[in-house]
Design a protein around this ligand. Structure first.
Ligand SMILES: [Zn+2]
Length: 110
């Protein structure tokens, strides 16, 4: 079972992901030529408002897996996620099995 802390972290990350998905949608509507966009750090800290500049194709690749999130280097939490890849100024982390069902809920319901 996931602990309360890990569950809270997972929920924070999932809500940042929702925000970023809407940011990405706006980019696609606005400037079609844009290769990069600003995203918010998707770490488990609900107070973190650090922004990242990520290539749109790299971001899209992260989003193909519900358990993957994009965070600022140093914001990863090794007890609840593993770093699986990294890019220029960001890390890609993947949640452990115990919180997968929390972050995997993409139904759009709170
Ligand atoms: Zn962060």
């Amino acid at each position: 079972m996931a602990t309360d802390r890990k569950e809270r972290i997972a929920r924070n990350e999932a809500s940042f992901r929702d925000l970023n998905e809407s940011l990405e949608a706006n980019v696609h509507r606005g400037q079609r030529q844009a290769d990069f966009a600003g995203f918010v750090c998707e770490c488990g800290d609900g107070d973190c408002d650090t922004t990242l500049r990520v290539a749109l194709d790299a971001y899209a690749a992260v989003r193909e897996d519900d358990r993957q999130f994009i965070v600022v280097p140093g914001h990863q939490l090794p007890d609840t996620e593993d770093v699986v890849d990294h890019g220029d100024g960001y890390l890609i982390v993947r949640k452990h099995d115990e919180v997968a069902e929390i972050v995997g809920d993409n139904s759009g319901q709170p």
